[in-house]
Design a protein around this ligand. Structure first.
Ligand SMILES: [Zn+2]
Length: 377
């Protein structure tokens, strides 16, 4: 079995996949160059494992008694209880048997053939001073890590070939590509963003959102012209100021920034200049269809854990850990009649698993860790 396979295997889990990816990204952030990640989604993976090639793969891998397995799977059928009756027997011919203890193992062996193909391409993620590999797989999730668009397309071609042969289909709308440029390349681009921001500041004066505010004002006036009952101008003013400050959060990196970090074009929700200038992979295609590209600064969910290409896990810390803890603290505050033993048991049952799953593999800045401790106390 390939070392890059983490699903349905003893002593392996989601955390190891994430940790392995973190090490590469951490090293990448210290070096120069680009890293591209492609998350592929298998369409109904466990059901589409077409049987004939399935057995061919098992025989090729030297699994004993494949005939026996083939007989067992070939002759299995199921009945579904509907209300008081029962459906006609349904023959199973294109899937691993649901609920069978063998199914996960057989699926792993099947996917292993693809993973070996990927290793055989000789393509690596290319980040120096760290073990070289190009993919990580967990159950039906497959992530590809490469350093150039050319390599990405080569790997996708291999997967496409496997797809047409095995019947294990990729869902293109659910798959995505992301990437980042680190080191000197990124610095040059950030210099560009800084120069852009400085120029904006010089050209536009202290408040470049003035244009937006003026436009909103004009819109109000136009609406007022048709309106007999005039709204109080004081309320309008407050609303204008509110909306102007509201849009100063970048929709890509989710960081709140000063005005000059945003483009001057009248756009209600613009990305900040740094995100606008950041490198993004393009031209990644799977069987002639371009994959959706997500900005490297945007957190992406991988196996239930959200982080971006700079290992920023703010989203994970907030949505899951901090929100869960705050909810619990509010609940305990409201229900003061619960005994101290039961309170502690409640915390043990809910917060411990919440932290155990994702808390340990994401990065906690010291400030956030202090907040976590304070909330716990
Ligand atoms: Zn941004």
């Amino acid at each position: 079995m390939e070392g890059s396979k983490y699903g349905f295997r003893a002593h392996r889990g989601v955390q190891m996949v994430i940790q392995r990816a973190h090490w590469v990204q951490q090293q990448a952030m210290k070096e120069s160059g680009t890293l591209i990640r492609i998350d592929l989604d298998f369409k109904n993976a466990f059901h589409s494992a077409g049987n004939s090639c399935f057995w061919a793969i098992l025989r090729g891998l030297g699994v004993p008694d494949v005939d026996f397995l083939e007989d067992l799977y070939g002759k299995s059928w199921m009945k579904i209880t509907v209300g008081t009756g029962c459906s006609a027997p349904i023959q199973l011919d294109t899937e691993t048997v649901q609920g069978s203890v063998l199914s996960p193992l057989l699926f792993d062996l099947f996917l292993n053939a693809l993973l070996r193909l990927l290793d055989a391409t000789g393509i690596k993620h290319g980040i120096k001073r760290t073990p070289q590999w190009n993919h990580a797989a967990f159950a039906d999730d497959l992530s590809i890590y490469v350093c150039t668009v050319r390599d990405a397309n080569k790997i996708l071609d291999v997967i496409h070939e496997f797809e047409s042969w095995s019947g294990l289909w990729i869902s293109i709308p659910k798959s995505l590509a992301t990437g980042a440029m680190y080191g000197t390349g990124m610095e040059i681009r950030q210099e560009g963003a800084k120069a852009d921001a400085a120029k904006r500041k010089r050209d536009a004066g202290p408040d470049i959102l003035k244009l937006q505010i003026q436009a909103l004002g004009a819109m109000d006036e136009a609406l007022d012209a048709n309106n007999i009952a005039k709204l109080s101008t004081k309320g309008q003013e407050a609303w204008r100021i509110n909306s102007a400050t509201m849009y100063r959060q970048c929709p890509i990196c989710n960081i709140k920034k000063g005005n000059c970090h945003f483009p001057t074009k009248l756009h209600l929700n613009p990305p900040c200049l740094e995100c606008k200038h950041a490198w993004k992979p393009s031209g990644i295609k799977f069987s002639r269809t371009s994959l959706k590209v997500i900005h490297g600064k945007t957190p992406i969910r991988l196996l239930g854990i959200r982080y971006n290409m700079w290992l920023d896990s703010t989203a994970q810390r907030h949505y899951v850990v901090m929100d869960g803890i705050t909810d619990m603290a509010c609940f305990l505050r409201k229900n003061r009649d619960i005994s101290i033993e039961n309170r502690l048991r409640l915390i043990e049952c809910t917060l411990a698993p919440l932290l155990a799953f994702s808390g340990l593999v994401i990065i906690w800045p010291e400030k956030e860790f202090k907040r976590l401790t304070a909330t716990f106390v």
